[in-house]
Design a protein around this ligand. Structure first.
Ligand code: G3H
Length: 478
C-alpha cells in the first residue's frame, strides 16, 4: 500500500491536539502493484487488442467516441472531488486546480471533435503514378502511458485520450505523487471501455515500468517526466525503435530580456512565467538572461513583483506560493542556492520572508553565470536565476550549449532586431513567445521540443497522428 501524505503539514498546535508523532496529514492509501500484477495489466491490454482483431480496435470511431464521452461525463460528475484532491495532494491553488480539471474535460471534448474532423477529411481515394489507393489511419497496438505529478490529471489525459480513441489499448501507470486523483476515476476506466482496454497500474517505476517495457508488448511509450527515465525505459524494449515515442521531458526555458524590452511587461511576465505553481511547470521560465544595460533596473522590478506574491495554503484566497509536493525539493533548492552564492551570486530577496518546512519562499539569484548549478539544472521549483549578458553572440552561445530546447520568452520592442533573434531561436526551441511568458496552451498549438526536451509533438491535432499510423490499400490503376 502507498500512504499518501499531503505536502500541507500540521501546525504544532494541531499536532499536539491530535496526539500525532509527526506533522504529516494522511489523505489516502491505495494498493501498489508488484511485477506480476503489472505484467497482468499489459497482458490484458495485449489480449484486448488481439493483434487488431479485438473488439476495441475493430470498433467504428463513432462508437469509441461514445465511450470517451461517457468517460468525460463521469469525470464531470467528480469535478469537485478532483479539485479537492489536486489541492490536497499536489497543492495547486484553488484556481489552478479547477483550471486543471476543466481544461482536461475540454481537452477530451476537443479531441473527440478533432477525430470527427479527421474522419471526414482523410479518406479521399488517391490516384497517382499508376496507383489507386485508399489511405486510412490504424492504431499501433498497446500504449504505456505515464504523466507527471504537476499535471497528474491533465497531462495524463492528453496522452491517454488520443491513444485510446485511435483504437489502441493501454496500460496507465499513475505517478507516485499525484496518483490519488485517478482513484475516483477507476470506476469509469472500467465501466466506459470494454474489458482489458484500459488497465491502471500503481507502483514504483522499477517494479512496474521495467517488466512492462521488457515484455515486448508495448508499441507506444507516452511519457512525461525526466529524459533519463524516458531513455532507460525506452532501452528496456527488446527492439527500441519499434516503440513510437510521445515524450514531454526536461526543459529550462529562458526568458530573454533585451536592451529594448519594456521592463514592466518583462518583469510581470517573467514573475508569472517563473513562479506560477511555484515554478513546477515544464513550461516555466527557469532562467532569465537580461542585457547588462537594463539588468539592475529589471531585477529591481522583478524582485518587487516576486516579493508581492502571497504564500499560503492552496484554498486560501489569492495564494500563489503553496507547499511543495516533492519531499527532497526544499533541501535541493538550498543546495543550488548555496552553490550559486559560493560562486558570486546573491539571493537578493531572501530577507523578505521565511520559508517553513514544505512551504518555500521564492528566491531570486543574481548575477548568475553558466558555471552555476542554477544555470544548468532544471530546478522545477521557486527559484529564479538571472544571468546578465552583453552581446547577442553571448546569448546565442548559451542557447547552443544548453541541453534543453522547449520554449523561450523574448522581451523586446525593437521590430528591427527582433526577427533575427527569433529566427535564431527557431532553430533551438519549438515555441517562441514574444513579450509573454511561456506556456503549453491553447491545446491546438504544437507542444514539442528539441534536444532532451521532447520526442514527438502533442496537440489536439498532432496527438491523434502520433498515436496511429497511416496504412494504404493500393491497387494498379486501370
Ligand atoms: O508542466 C508542463 C505543462 O505542459 C505545462 O503546461 O504551460 O499549461 O502550465 P502549462
Amino acid at each position: 500500500y502507498l500512504t499518501v501524505n499531503s505536502p500541507v503539514r500540521m501546525s504544532k498546535k494541531a499536532q499536539e491536539a491530535a496526539g500525532n508523532d509527526d506533522d504529516k496529514i494522511c489523505i489516502g492509501k491505495y494498493a501498489m502493484c508488484d511485477e506480476a500484477t503489472a505484467l497482468k495489466g499489459v497482458g490484458a491490454a495485449y489480449k484486448a487488442y488481439d493483434h487488431g482483431r479485438g473488439e476495441w480496435p475493430q470498433m467504428k470511431p463513432a462508437q469509441r467516441i461514445e465511450c470517451a464521452m461517457k468517460f468525460v461525463e463521469g469525470m464531470r460528475s467528480k469535478r469537485e472531488e478532483l479539485i479537492s484532491i489536486l489541492m490536497w495532494e499536489i497543492c495547486k491553488n484553488s484556481t489552478d486546480a479547477a483550471k486543471e480539471v476543466d481544461r482536461t474535460i475540454d481537452y477530451i471534448v476537443d479531441t473527440v471533435a478533432e477525430l470527427k474532423k479527421m474522419e471526414n477529411d482523410t479518406n479521399p481515394l488517391m490516384n497517382v503514378g499508376g496507383v489507386v489507393a485508399q489511405v486510412k489511419r490504424a492504431p499501433l497496438g498497446i500504449g504505456l502511458i505515464c504523466g507527471p505529478y504537476n499535471y497528474p490529471l491533465n497531462e495524463f489525459m492528453t496522452l491517454f485520450l488520443p491513444c485510446i480513441i485511435m483504437g489502441n489499448t493501454c496500460v496507465l501507470k499513475t505517478p507516485r505523487t499525484g496518483g490519488l486523483c485517478h482513484i475516483p476515476l477507476l470506476e469509469f476506466y472500467q465501466s466506459c471501455f470494454p474489458k482489458g482496454v484500459v488497465n491502471v497500474v500503481h507502483g514504483s517505476g522499477r517494479t512496474v515500468f521495467t517488466p512492462i517495457m521488457k515484455s515486448g508488448k508495448v508499441q507506444i511509450l507516452a511519457f512525461i517526466g525526466t529524459h533519463k527515465a524516458a531513455q532507460s525505459l525506452h532501452a528496456c524494449a527488446p527492439v527500441p525503435f519499434t516503440v513510437r515515442l510521445a515524450l514531454g521531458l526536461d526543459a529550462k526555458n529562458p526568458g530573454i530580456v533585451t536592451a529594448q524590452a519594456d521592463l514592466n511587461v518583462a518583469a510581470t511576465e517573467c514573475t508569472l512565467g517563473a513562479l506560477s505553481y511555484c515554478g513546477q511547470r515544464c513550461t516555466a521560465i527557469k532562467i532569465i538572461y537580461v542585457h547588462k544595460s537594463v539588468a539592475d533596473e529589471f531585477v529591481k522590478k522583478l524582485v518587487a513583483k516576486v516579493d508581492a506574491l502571497k504564500a499560503g495554503l492552496p484554498w486560501e484566497k489569492g495564494v500563489n506560493i503553496t507547499p511543495l509536493p516533492e519531499e527532497g525539493k526544499p533541501k535541493y533548492l538550498e543546495e543550488v542556492i548555496a552553490d550559486a552564492e559560493s560562486k558570486g551570486a546573491k539571493a537578493i530577496n531572501r530577507h523578505a520572508k521565511q520559508s517553513d518546512r514544505t512551504l518555500v519562499q521564492p528566491t531570486v539569484l543574481y548575477p548568475c553565470n553558466s558555471d552555476m548549478r542554477c544555470a544548468k539544472e532544471e530546478q522545477f521549483g521557486p527559484l529564479v536565476p538571472i544571468v546578465p549578458y552583453e552581446s547577442n553572440e553571448e546569448l546565442e552561445q548559451y542557447m547552443i550549449e544548453t541541453h534543453y530546447g522547449q520554449q523561450a520568452a523574448v522581451f523586446s520592442t525593437d521590430s528591427n532586431t527582433l526577427p533575427r533573434l527569433v529566427d535564431f531561436l527557431a532553430h533551438h526551441v519549438t515555441r517562441i513567445n514574444l513579450n509573454a511568458q511561456c506556456q503549453r496552451g491553447p491545446d491546438v498549438m504544437p507542444f514539442s521540443g528539441r534536444k532532451v526536451s521532447a520526442s514527438g509533438t502533442l496537440s489536439l491535432h498532432d496527438a491523434l497522428r502520433t498515436m496511429s499510423i497511416r496504412v494504404a490499400v493500393a491497387t494498379k490503376a486501370t
